[in-house]
Structures are given as structure tokens and as C-alpha cells.
Design a protein around this ligand. Structure first.
Ligand code: SF4
Length: 334
């Protein structure tokens, strides 16, 4: 995995909140409603051809961040630059070309593919809409993409329901690649698949990204899944990045107690291993009521008195490796 460190994607201090449904009594009394903080001041960069694994439990804000980057939702504040172009506040026209260059692969290929559309049409459609190919090239374009993702050309005449889950995810990847993007956001692309198929899709993605020189954000709730496909890893908890570093740094020298808990929950770096238990004891607090100080303190075995008062900033540990914790790792062993 080689990566040009020139930032292709630059996310700065992005914040996104959602209004919570108000109880009737509050509405009647015109009390202001609460807002759930889904993404709380996240900054990250991804270079050309670089792969970032974005990892955290369900509810950590990973998908909201991804959707903000793709401008499927509008962040409340912050900046998102792709290839130097600001996306926050950009008009629909300005976003048109960026939408082609950045594509998303969803968790569930069945719901992301139109069940009434044949596979060939589903793959050709975005390339025709974005004028990537002339109409008379569509059939060849589809055949090339099916070959690229390891499916026979005859798959073009089938419907999604006639394919297995793994085959459908291959079609979804072919559809994303159809418009010749520079960047993919893959949102839990293997978690809906049988364990035996997960490694095949991970290997396919790894191979395609290498051959096509694409960058990617790979979203997962299991750390082990990103180990073999990511150059760098960012760990997200309750809307914040709490640790980021190269894949080796994060796996071999984790600095944040949450990262350690995620690693302990999946000690075998094998994507075919399925773990179901929670990364840490207890549930993640509601994004409506984020704890004071360190937001991880309610589940942290190493919490001190200052953790209740002071919100730890993301500080440099070694070059390229950052963590947000008041307590140094050697103190975690006490
Ligand atoms: Fe735990 Fe305190 Fe570190 Fe937060 S700052 S992760 S509560 S030790």
C-alpha cells in the first residue's frame, strides 16, 4: 500500500447535531429541544491513494461524518475540502463533479441496488449520467467492470435478488467504480456479509484500490477488519476522534483506553473472526448528554478526578500518532 501524502480530503473541525424529538409537555411549554451531538469537531486528512480506517462502535458518529463528507447531509459548521474545493455551503452545481470523484459503498448492497434494475443497467447508469462514457460504450464498460470485480459478464442480465450477498457487494463496488472516482467511502462494506465472504470482499477492495490508485475511508466497528486494508486508523468515540495513527502504531502501541478495549475485544487480527460482545463494559452515553470532561470517563477503568473536569485534547505522542487521554499508557497498567 503506497500513498501520496498530498491531502486529497481535508476535514477541519466538522460538527453535526440533530434535533431530538421533544416530549409533548416541552413543546406545549415552548421549552427549547435538546440536540444530539453526532460529530463534535472532527478534523482529519486523507492523502491521494491513502486508506484511512475509521473505527468505533455504533453511534460513534462515523456514518454521520461520512455522509457529511459526501454532502448527503449538511454539517452545522467546519470545513470539508476535496482536492482544494470547499464542499460545505457549495451549490448543487459545484458539487456535481465532486460527486463523481467521491463514491460510497454501503453496508447493505441489497438496499443500495434498485431491485427492479438489472445489474448491467445499475453499473452503466452512473457512468452515463456523469458522461464518463458514450452510450455505445456502455456494454463494454459493464463487462470490464464485472471482470474487475470478479463476476462473469453474464451477471449483467441478472437482477440483484438472483445474486448472493457477496456478489451483490461486488456489483455495488463495480457501480461505485463505474464513474472512475478518485476516492471511496466504504461504510461497513462487509459487516452484512457471511463471515466466509468477508475476507474475499476485503481482498478485492485491497487489490482494486492498489491497482486503481484510489484513496478510501473504510468505516468499521471492528478494529481487526481495517488492519489489512488501512494505512492509517482513526478511532471515534461519541462524535470525537480519540486516537489516530498509522495502522502499525495503533495496533502495536495503542495509547487510548478505548482503543485498547477495542483491541482486547478482537485480539485475533483476522477479518473472518466475528466478535459480538461490546468493546467495553456498559453502554455508550447518549449523544444528547455527553459526559463532562473526558467523554469516555463513564466506561474507562483508568479515569481520574481530572477526567471529570477536563476534556483531553488530541495530543501528539510520536510523529503521526495522536491520542486524547490525560493518563499516559504506562499508567494504564497500574
Ligand atoms: Fe480514561 Fe481519563 Fe484517559 Fe478519558 S482522559 S480515557 S477517562 S484516563
Amino acid at each position: 500500500m503506497s500513498a501520496d501524502r498530498t491531502p486529497l480530503l481535508e476535514v477541519s473541525d466538522v460538527r453535526k447535531t440533530f434535533a431530538a424529538r421533544r416530549p409533548l409537555a416541552d413543546s406545549v411549554r415552548r421549552r427549547p429541544g435538546l440536540r444530539a451531538v453526532a460529530v463534535d469537531g472532527v478534523s482529519l486528512t486523507v492523502g491521494k491513494g491513502e486508506r484511512l480506517g475509521l473505527v468505533g462502535e455504533s453511534g460513534s458518529g462515523k456514518t454521520t461524518l461520512a455522509r457529511s463528507i459526501l454532502r448527503l447531509i449538511e454539517p452545522d459548521s467546519g470545513s470539508i475540502r476535496f482536492s482544494g474545493q470547499e464542499l460545505v455551503g457549495a451549490s448543487r452545481g459545484d458539487l456535481q463533479s465532486v460527486r463523481r470523484r467521491m463514491q460510497m459503498v454501503f453496508q447493505d448492497p441489497y438496499s443500495s441496488l434498485n431491485p427492479r434494475m438489472k445489474v448491467g443497467t445499475a453499473i452503466a447508469e452512473p457512468a452515463l449520467v456523469h458522461h464518463v462514457i458514450p452510450r455505445n460504450r456502455a456494454k463494454d464498460h459493464v463487462a470490464e467492470l464485472l471482470d474487475l470485480v470478479g463476476l462473469p459478464a453474464s451477471s449483467a442480465d441478472r437482477y440483484p435478488r438472483q445474486l448472493s450477498g457477496g456478489q451483490r457487494q461486488r456489483v455495488a463496488i463495480a457501480r461505485a467504480l463505474s464513474v472512475q472516482p478518485e476516492f471511496l467511502i466504504a461504510d461497513e462494506p462487509v459487516s452484512a456479509l457471511d463471515v466466509s465472504i468477508q475476507a474475499q470482499i476485503l481482498n478485492l477492495l485491497d487489490d482494486l484500490l492498489e491497482r486503481l490508485g484510489l484513496g478510501m475511508i473504510f468505516i468499521a466497528h471492528q478494529l481487526a477488519v481495517v488492519r489489512h486494508v488501512a494505512d492509517r486508523v482513526a478511532i471515534m468515540y461519541l462524535g470525537r476522534i480519540v486516537e489516530t495513527g498509522s495502522t502499525d502504531q495503533v495496533f502495536q502501541d495503542p495509547q487510548h483506553p478505548y482503543t485498547k478495549a477495542l483491541l482486547a475485544a478482537a485480539p485475533v487480527p483476522d477479518p473472518t473472526v466475528v466478535r459480538t460482545r461490546s468493546a467495553t463494559a456498559g453502554d455508550m452515553p447518549s449523544p444528547l448528554r455527553i459526559p463532562s470532561g473526558c467523554r469516555f470517563r463513564t466506561r474507562c477503568d483508568y479515569a481520574e478526578e481530572r477526567c471529570q473536569r477536563e476534556d483531553p485534547p488530541l495530543l501528539s505522542i510520536t510523529e503521526g500518532h495522536h491520542a486524547a487521554c490525560h493518563v499516559r499508557p504506562f499508567d494504564h497498567e497500574r
